[in-house]
Design a protein. Structure first.
Length: 449
């Protein structure tokens, strides 16, 4: 099938490359000309395991091509997929300017039946707005062309994006049009070889499904972080509680890891956008408010534990930070808990040496210049270099190389053997046996007053 994907970020590039891999002829369009020029040379704008190989191979085979505009002659297709950003506006609601700009562009181009798929995360009612914009453009052109706008939210996780796209738990298709449903049944047929994965529903239902899924997962995390806070104060080890409740199949083991709070470009923004959607209907979302508030507090828990241990004077102290990206497997630092901790540590006069396996370039580009100029933040290329002369090691992103470090070496490098374990990666008893002070999240006996 011939397809055009608009936006080549995490979602657009993965979608385009994976659909090309399934034999489709895909054009990926992005207004960022530099990004497109680099993609044509096989240089990816993001770090995502397994993506480079399929982008390169499919480009070589001619199934995947890149363009800077829908006006590109090869970009005309019976299916358009919108995968542009929907960043938070000032009040937290989703900013739809990029989605609506694409809708206008589509309305200016189509001349035969077209399916417009919305893969971006958008508030309930957006498909109707997109259809209205396309209709308006067609009217201006004096044309009557059939088209359907379908909600097809994306559920991939960064770091596992290719795998998630290729083996989706489900494919949500929001549309009442039988004609559009038929096109999508055909498009997604290669993903149904083991079992049926498409769930058809109304377009508004599909738009809500995306927000409900992310908010449910964020709720599980905030709930667990709240329990961890209690465990800290009550001499309980939350890791045993996690295993205990996860074994109940009604609860399950996934998304109940306590830590330094959730981050990334999805959970924080989507929970806030759903809160705004609720308020616009006059409905106060009490649970979502609490999920958001708990996460806000949780992103500062490591800093509070550091203050509790060292006292309020952090000037002159030096910390080794392991992890900058918001989760392992990505270089994405959007709303990363590491940035909240860095802001607090730097404001209190501390110095930080930070290492991350993938996000150093993004950190160098995006973090405030003054942090580097003051000498308070230094990025290092090797994980142990972050620890030289450090008062403490702070682990905030659980990349694999941090899971079993050489603690004997760690100890010789550091000024004092203290570990703030923001993702509960280490066995406290084992670390204590090696002469470390271990401070985790909800491991009991580490009460914050
Ligand atoms: N990142 C994820 O893991 C993920 C997963 C599921 C859903 N989503 C949702 O998918 C959407 C895209 O997210 P992302 O992380 O891929 O975004 P992104 O910011 O990484 O990429 C968006 C791309 O769209 C391009 N763009 C903007 N306006 C354009 C236009 N008019 N024409 C062509 N290109 C244009 C930008 O240049 C950019 O390259 C968002 O709504 C997000 O919430 C993201
Ligand atoms: O038990 C857990 C699981 C995750 N996290 C944190 O939650 C955040 C989000 O993690 P994850 O969901 O793995 O990554 P994302 O790439 O943000 O993916 C989420 O957001 C995407 C964008 O909407 C959706 O498509 C995915 O289904 C959804 O999992 C990260 O900061 C994690 O550290 C925890 O603190 N505890």
């Amino acid at each position: 099938m011939k397809l055009t994907v608009i936006g080549t970020g995490y979602v657009g590039l993965v979608t385009g490359a994976c659909l090309a891999e399934m034999g489709n002829a895909v054009t990926c369009v992005d207004v960022d000309e530099q990004k497109i020029a680099r993609l044509r040379e096989g240089i990816l704008p993001i770090y995502e395991p397994g993506l480079e190989t399929i982008v390169t191979e499919n480009q070589k085979q001619g199934r995947l091509r890149f363009a800077t505009s829908l006006a590109d002659p090869g970009a005309e297709a019976p299916v358009y997929m919108i995968a542009v950003g929907t960043p938070p506006g000032e009040d937290g609601s989703a900013d739809l300017q990029y989605v609506l700009a694409v809708a206008r562009d589509i309305g200016r181009r189509i001349s035969q039946y077209t399916v417009v798929l919305d893969k971006s995360t958008v508030p309930v009612g957006t498909a109707e707005r997109v259809a209205g914009v396309i209709r308006g453009e067609l009217q201006q052109r004096g044309l009557s062309v059939d088209f359907d706008v379908v909600s097809n939210p994306e559920f991939l996780k960064e770091g596992d994006a290719v795998q998630d796209f290729m083996r989706p738990d489900r494919i949500i298709i929001g549309s009442d049009s039988e004609r559009a449903r038929e096109v999508l049944r055909e498009l997604y047929a290669p993903f149904m070889r083991t079992h049926e994965r498409i769930i058809f529903m109304g377009v508004r239902d599909a738009e809500m499904t995306k927000y409900a899924a992310n908010s449910m997962l964020a709720t599980k995390i905030s709930f667990m972080n709240e329990i961890a806070g209690l465990c800290d104060r009550m001499g309980v080890d939350v890791e045993n509680v996690r295993l205990g409740i996860g074994s109940d199949s009604r609860i399950g083991y996934s998304f109940i890891y306590p830590g330094a709070g959730y981050g990334g470009s999805c959970f924080p923004k989507d929970v806030r956008a759903l809160i705004q959607m609720a308020r616009q209907t006059g409905f106060e979302p009490m649970l979502l408010n609490a999920v958001e508030a708990r996460n806000h507090a949780q992103q500062r828990v490591l800093y509070q534990k550091i203050l509790q241990h060292f006292g309020p004077q952090l000037a002159g102290r030096s910390f080794g930070l392991w992890g900058l990206s918001f989760k392992p497997g990505t270089d994405d630092m959007r709303e990363a808990p590491s940035t909240v901790l860095l802001r607090d540590l730097i404001a209190s006069g501390a110095r930080v040496k930070a290492y991350d396996p993938a996000a150093l370039e993004v950190a160098r580009r995006d973090l405030p210049r003054t942090w580097f100029e003051s000498g308070q933040l230094q990025l290092v290329e090797q994980q142990y270099d972050a620890l030289k002369g450090a008062d403490a090691l702070v682990l905030i992103t659980e990349w694999k190389p941090f899971r079993h470090p050489d603690f004997t070496l760690v100890k010789t490098l550091m000024k004092s053997p203290i570990v703030f374990d923001g993702r509960n990666q280490y066995d406290p008893a084992q670390l204590r046996g090696l002469g470390f002070t271990h401070i985790g999240i909800g491991r009991g006996g580490e009460a914050i007053t």
